[in-house]
Design a protein around this ligand. Structure first.
Ligand code: SF4
Length: 438
């Protein structure tokens, strides 16, 4: 739903690039840092917190709804447009995959659920309710789980927000993307700025927690205009924002326009000014960057997305969803079939749509944990890193590039002897990570 070109955090496929398709997707890291090293990030329910019977680690669950009303020209997510969607069929398939995951993962307390897509607000509240009920039955939570649903602000979808709340959703992430009608048209969005603001007001009235996605560094965008947009959004008293810098993803219509020279993004100086505006407006409203593209008031960080960045376990169901969960007691990466109909057929045939399931060797886990963890202001701590990966943090980093990066002020030690990327490092994360990570 959100800006894809940027990296987003719903069910990350972190296997590959430094830009980390996290959030099952993920967007390209944008800049920022906390010079102090203090992220303000509230402790997420790690092992030891909110544990269930037997001390099982809490589980984050991602549910992918792959359909959209139309295809945004910058988007490379696993999103599909269909004239008609057989919601009953896809609901049944998601419930079957949930039962499959529950049987093999075992009883673990639910930490969070994230409905991402695609456009999950196209689902009916009844489908959301059925999935939540099944998930909570399969993974009884020890404390109230965070339940997020991504929603687009078209009038039809905004009209369903009360139904989603009644179904059990307690956090909504609105894909506003812009508060300017011209920019929304360029981005191929189906809503207007007035609809975005109306949806925001409705969401704030209905949900205790509301986040918004906005895209910046759009063609022709000025820092002054961006500041005005941010102030409008922040004027609703938001406690969380995901602010993604527009990037051109290969194979998208934007990539073709850019190749022809008809789509031109702001140059480096303009991007820096836009980034500066992003930081200062968020800070003015009391929101700190706790991840390269995510800002929150202390305690309002996305618990679900922190599970990706802290390299906790998560299960992903639905077309193309990724997971990092133990399989037969060993850490593994799971990925589902991407095409919705092929995925549904596989689920109907065999009870799941898993396309690949690969054991994760310690070195791979170490690499993934670093690619995710250095996106966080809090950085990566050595004891936890060792416990999650089986490798010492300093053995997972290239010593010479690390020393150079430290001397250049791109990385710094944390208080616990770990590493974090500085603000300057965040600005160069795409280049920095491949050099640092073994
Ligand atoms: S609404 Fe759909 S096509 Fe548009 S950005 Fe979101 S996932 Fe992509």
């Amino acid at each position: 739903m959100a800006a894809k070109s940027l990296q987003r955090s719903s069910s990350p496929d972190i296997g590959g690039s430094a830009s980390g398709r996290a959030n099952g997707r993920e967007r390209r890291p944008r800049a920022k840092d906390t010079a102090s090293g203090s992220s303000g990030v509230a402790p997420a329910p790690h092992a030891g917190q909110g544990q269930g019977e037997g001390g099982a680690e809490p589980l984050a669950l991602y549910i992918h709804w792959p359909f959209c009303l139309s295809r945004c020209p910058y988007c490379d997510f696993n999103a599909h447009v269909r004239e008609r969607i057989d919601e009953t069929r896809f609901r049944a398939a998601l419930l079957a995959e949930l039962a499959y995951e529950a049987a093999r993962v075992g009883r673990r307390p639910l930490r969070s659920i994230f409905f991402g897509g695609g456009t999950p607000s196209l689902m009916s509240p009844a489908t959301v309710a059925a999935l939540l009920e099944a998930a909570i039955r399969a993974f009884p939570p020890a404390v109230a789980p965070e339940i997020t649903l991504e929603a687009n602000p078209t009038s039809v979808e905004a009209g369903k927000l009360a139904g989603f709340r009644d179904a059990g959703v307690n956090r909504v992430s609105l894909g506003l993307q812009a508060l300017d009608d011209g920019a929304l048209a360029v981005l191929g969005r189906r809503h207007t700025a007035a609809q975005a603001l109306a949806a925001l007001a409705t969401a704030r009235a209905l949900f205790p927690r509301v986040s918004c996605d906005l895209i910046y560094a759009r063609p022709g965008q000025t820092a002054a205009a961006w500041r005005a947009e941010l102030r409008r959004a922040l004027g609703f008293g938001l406690d969380h924002l995901s602010l993604y810098q527009l990037t051109i993803e290969p194979g998208t219509p934007f990539a073709r326009l850019a190749a022809r020279g008809t789509l031109v993004l702001p140059d480096a100086d303009a991007q820096a000014a836009l980034y500066e505006a992003t930081e200062s407006e968020a800070a003015r409203a009391g929101l700190a960057a706790y991840e390269v593209s995510n800002y929150a008031r202390p305690g309002a960080e996305s618990r679900h997305n922190l599970a990706y960045w802290r390299y906790d376990d998560y299960a992903g169901i639905g077309p193309g969803a990724h997971g990092r969960i133990p399989v037969a007691g060993k850490p593994a990466a799971t990925v589902r079939i991407r095409a919705p109909e092929a995925w549904a057929e596989a689920v109907e045939r065999q009870g799941h749509g898993v396309r690949a399931e690969e054991p994760l060797a310690p070195r791979t886990r170490a690499r993934e944990a670093l690619l995710m963890g250095l996106r966080l202001a809090e950085g990566v701590e050595p004891a936890r890193f060792r416990a999650r990966t089986g490798i010492d943090l300093d053995d997972a980093l290239e010593p010479e590039p690390l020393a150079d990066a430290e001397a250049a002020g791109l990385v710094a030690r944390t208080a616990a002897g770990g590493w974090r990327a500085t603000r300057a490092g965040w600005l160069r994360l795409d280049a920095l990570l491949p050099a640092l990570v073994r």
